[in-house]
Design a protein around this ligand. Structure first.
Ligand SMILES: [Zn+2]
Length: 132
């Protein structure tokens, strides 16, 4: 191979390498952009989930601690759904009045409460399973 031919070959290789390098750079750039985009999407999704979780927690908290105003002294008592479902008498901590849930009369209401309680438990399970 003559010196001129050798130079020509080297130049051709350099050109080809430069072209390939350009393509590689472009690809890396695209990948980087995609990664950045995905990370942004993920961050937004995480934020959305956190907001949703907060809402669910607030809702669950509100449902979990339903209050009842004492008919005698107007003191607000915190009553849990479990307490109502147990059918035990509710005693006012302020005046000592004992309230009994009449199971037969309140059956429809208790059934609804049971459903709410189950729904809350289901939400908690979903929440625990979807934590990122
Ligand atoms: Zn009372």
């Amino acid at each position: 191979m003559s010196k001129k031919d050798k130079e020509k070959t080297n130049k051709s290789i350099a050109k080809s390498l430069k072209k390939q390098w350009g393509k590689a750079k472009e690809l890396v750039g695209k990948t980087f952009k995609t990664k950045k985009y995905l990370l942004k999407q993920l961050a937004e999704e995480k934020k959305r989930l956190a907001e949703e979780q907060k809402k669910v927690e607030e809702m669950a908290y509100a449902q979990r601690t339903p209050g009842l105003t004492c008919p005698q002294c107007s003191y607000r008592m915190d009553i849990s759904i479990a307490m109502l479902l147990a059918g035990e008498p509710i005693v006012c901590t302020a005046c000592g009045l004992s309230l009994t849930v009449e199971k037969e009369k309140s059956e429809a209401c208790l059934t609804e409460l049971k459903k709410v309680n189950e729904a809350i438990e289901n939400v908690e399970v979903i929440k625990n399973n979807t934590q990122l």
